[in-house]
Design a protein around this ligand. Structure first.
Ligand code: NDP
Length: 273
């Protein structure tokens, strides 16, 4: 597993997402087990949000990390409609309770909403002073949003990134690199849709005795400063995702991916899911 510096910690380049977890009590046991398996295999960064199953995903995470909190780098997110001076501390308190912890390592604004950025940042800073969060960051911010935010204390920007969705490479990624701002790549498997059927990923995978999903993760995390957060419940998926941390693509393979999924040649508005 490769490591990336995030918010002053060394975190694995491949962590674990939790969207759609916590929605069905019948699946809860499998979800908790998947996260625990992932932690054991080195994917000790867990990404969640108050939005996911309206707190249900945070509860799953809380159950998965009980007794092993110190092994995990925990990321959660506040809804934009809670991102006010009074809303942020209340939302954070609810998240802490569901997560069964007294501190969130990294707390993100999920996307921009109606509250002024300064107000949200001030509320984050207060939580930091109180020891309820260690660092804060943002999600779904385009380059202009980051310019407007203009705050060196922002620890990350979590955005959509996979071979099919490379828009950030035109300006957001270089801009972030110049400022040593790590990116958290969400949907690194493009939600297991047609990306994983692509013959080019299939050929590269075959050469490595790997799978297209593993090639996608190796590609997303090919350069320093990018953390992928695939979500997996199937035990085999968890195992493969962790193992992808050891997969390195050759420059010829990277060129083949560029031909199949061309990099942007002009500015694209930030895509979101
Ligand atoms: P992903 O790209 O991670 O895809 C998840 C899907 O891929 C699931 O169906 C999963 O199946 C499947 N899968 C996982 N591993 C493999 C594998 N090795 N081979 C084949 N299929 C696999 O999509 P997500 O939307 O979940 O994005 C990842 C995470 O990013 C989210 O869970 C969330 O934490 C975060 N996110 C953040 C957003 C934001 O606005 N900040 C927006 C969207 C996501 P199964 O579960 O059955 O194993």
């Amino acid at each position: 597993m490769r490591y990336v510096k995030l918010a002053g910690s060394d975190v694995p380049a491949i962590g674990q997402g939790t969207w759609y977890m916590g929605e069905d009590p019948a699946r809860r046991g499998a979800e908790v087990a998947a996260l625990q398996q992932g932690i054991e295999l080195g994917m000790s960064l867990i990404d969640t949000a108050e939005m996911y199953a309206e707190g249900g995903a945070e509860e799953v995470v809380g159950q998965a990390i009980a007794g092993r909190r110190e092994q995990v780098f925990l990321v959660s997110k506040v809804y934009p409609h809670n991102a006010s001076q009074r809303g942020v501390p209340a939302a954070c308190e609810r998240s802490l309770k569901r997560l069964g912890t007294d501190v969130i390592d990294l707390y993100l604004l999920h996307w921009r909403g109606q509250y002024p950025l300064e107000e949200t940042v001030e509320a984050f800073e207060r939580l930091r002073e109180q020891g309820k969060i260690r660092r804060w960051g943002v999600s779904n911010f385009d380059t202009d949003d980051l310019r407007e935010l203009h705050n060196p204390d922002c620890a990350t920007n979590q955005v959509l990134y996979n071979p099919l969705q490379r828009g950030i490479e035109f300006d957001l990624l270089p801009w972030s690199r110049q400022r040593a701002l790590p990116i958290m790549a969400y949907c690194p498997l493009a939600q297991a849709g047609r990306l994983l059927q692509h013959p080019v990923l299939g050929e590269i995978a075959e050469r490595h005795g790997a799978t297209p999903a593993q090639v996608s993760l190796a590609w997303v995390t090919r350069d320093d400063g990018v953390i992928a957060i695939p979500k997996a419940v199937a035990p085999e998926h968890v195992r493969l995702n962790a193992a992808a941390g050891a997969l390195t693509l050759s420059s010829e393979e990277l060129r083949a991916i560029d031909r199949a999924f061309p990099a942007p040649t002009r500015k694209q508005h930030l895509a979101m899911v």
